[in-house]
Design a protein around this ligand. Structure first.
Ligand code: GBH
Length: 492
């Protein structure tokens, strides 16, 4: 059995695509070279190092601005089918607006895209992975309705420059984090706390900005370039603590998934799932607001947003159990401990292993259940996992815990496809390289490749998980190379 071949080999469907992702602010560094202007993360980390666990920032990060050739070589060594990267808006458009395009920014992304294509790796490009130009934040950022126009203009520039070679676009990465981690928690750049007000305004504008960018592609670029555009959703799988909380669990799912999916992926009425609209309207009335805190959308806006997708992209890391609070129990803030707005307490099962990130507990089955929930709620779509990966604070090259995470999650993807008939077509490892993990600084490491951040040259060393993942790709099997797999099981 150790040599494999004895058991039937499990394989993903033909054409299943496996890749890895990074994001501009987390890897590029070179925050102020050439004419690049600061993003909200540059400003936030410089002004509030105390908000970051190790007081660090992304000024240099992995230095991928200079070392992009090495990154491509690694992606190629592992046999990645695609590499998901993001553009830095303030690197490409230092004013935030489209009146001035940075030549240096264009050169950098052309090099990266062409370099990937030369190795036969498809570039997948995210337009917005959280690094808003600071000057746009000064004008209200994602709470200013004009941002839909600013973003649309930026998207048009990107499609024009790179659309001949980039065929898959993600408009906005994780609207729920852009709005809730920012405005509800106040913990992410720009560090403004406006729970369930700013976050709801942001939600509306994110949806409108995405829809505009999708429609521009659809009308002006698709006829020539034939690409696809969607947004990614980071979704916690939330299951009832016990049977009596089934309805509550669904309500919470409608908040963490539905708020950004219902308006795009369903033809059903309204901008938010009905149960959620009702809940928030009632809560708003109790709080003395004349109208629901969820901003109203016009009929035209609703029509404008519906159907603006070409696939369903989901990022999955972790799960929660939900129940109502006990007598006198305080509900924590979204989404680590609870959803005060919905009267829901979230917690983790004691048997779910923790990681180096305080929000992150392992529950592989959650991924399979989430995929089924998405299919049930939004239909038989082309589902693409655009992020999944494991956090550790160890610089261990023999990262068997990470191998285990990938093995167990890939198995759940395989079961979702083969047992539940969910049409999952892509899987993306987060992340290619250890990088700047936002408020977790350089402490929480998600890379299948180690980066030495104490060395100015930022040397990269592939971990066991990189070899395992390469073998998954080579065999198109969730188990990877059976020999390797058995070996890891022994060593783990
Ligand atoms: C993804 O976010 C990101 O796309 C990626 O950039 C990031 O490096 C990766 O995952 C790992 O974190 O909102 O209260 O939970 C995943 C969502 C965002 C979840 C930050 C945890 C921390 C505060 N994560 N969030 S909270």
């Amino acid at each position: 059995a150790l040599l494999g071949g004895v058991f039937a080999v499990r394989r993903f469907p033909d054409g299943f695509k496996l890749g890895a992702a990074t994001a501009a602010y987390q890897v590029e560094g070179s925050w102020n070279v050439s004419d690049k202007s600061p993003s909200i993360w540059d400003t936030f980390t410089h002004e509030h190092p105390e908000a970051i666990v190790d007081g660090s920032n992304g000024d240099i990060a992995c230095d991928s601005y200079n070392k992009w050739r090495e990154d491509i070589q690694l992606a190629s060594d592992f046999g990645l089918h695609f590499y998901r990267l993001s553009l830095s808006w303030p690197r490409l458009l230092p004013n935030g607006f489209s009146n001035y395009i940075s030549e240096d920014g264009v050169r950098y992304y052309n090099n990266l895209i062409d370099g990937l294509l030369e190795k036969g790796i498809e570039p997948l490009v995210t337009l917005y992975h959280w690094d808003l130009p600071q000057n746009l934040q000064d004008l209200g950022g994602w709470t200013n309705p004009l941002i839909a126009e600013w973003f649309a203009a930026y998207a048009r520039v990107a499609y024009t420059l790179f659309g001949d070679r980039v065929k898959t676009w993600i408009t906005i990465n994780e609207g729920v984090i852009v709005c809730e981690a920012t405005y509800t928690l106040g913990g992410f750049a720009p560090g403004i706390s406006s729970p369930f007000l700013g976050s709801y305004m942001c939600n509306k504008n994110v949806l409108l900005a995405h829809a505009r960018a999708w429609r521009i592609y659809d009308e002006e670029f698709r006829p020539e370039h034939h690409g696809k555009v969607s947004l990614t959703n980071q979704i916690l799988w939330v299951q009832p603590y016990s049977e009596e909380y089934e309805e509550l669990a669904d309500l919470v799912m409608q908040m963490v998934a539905g708020l950004y999916s219902h308006p795009i992926y369903t033809r059903r009425r309204g901008m938010a799932p009905h149960s959620l609209e009702k809940q928030i309207a009632e809560k708003s009335a109790r709080e003395g607001y004349k109208r629901s805190k969820l901003p109203a959308f016009t009929k035209e806006e609703i029509e404008f947003i519906k159907g603006t997708y070409d696939f369903y992209a989901v990022n999955y890391y972790t799960s929660r159990l939900v129940r109502t609070p006990k007598e006198g129990e305080k509900i924590g803030l979204w989404p680590l401990y609870g959803l005060e707005e919905l009267g829901a307490v979230l917690e983790v099962a004691p048997e779910w292993p923790g990681t180096s990130s305080n929000w992150f507990f392992e529950y592989p089955v959650g991924l399979r259940r989430l995929l089924s929930w998405l299919k049930k709620n939004y239909g038989d779509l082309d589902f693409r996992i655009m992020e999944n990966g494991y956090a550790s604070d160890k610089r261990d090259i023999n990262d068997y815990d990470r191998v285990k995470y990938y093995r167990e999650h890939l198995e759940q993807v395989y079961l979702a496809i083969t047992e539940d008939a969910v049409n999952v077509t892509h899987y993306t490892a987060w992340t290619l390289l250890d990088n700047y993990e936002w408020v977790d600084g350089y402490v929480s490491k998600f890379g299948i490749v180690d980066v030495d951040f104490t060395d100015p040259l930022r040397p990269r060393t592939p971990r066991a998980s990189a070899y395992f993942y390469a073998s998954v790709i080579a065999t198109n099997s969730p188990d990877g190379d059976q020999t390797l797999n058995d070996l890891y099981k022994l060593l783990a």
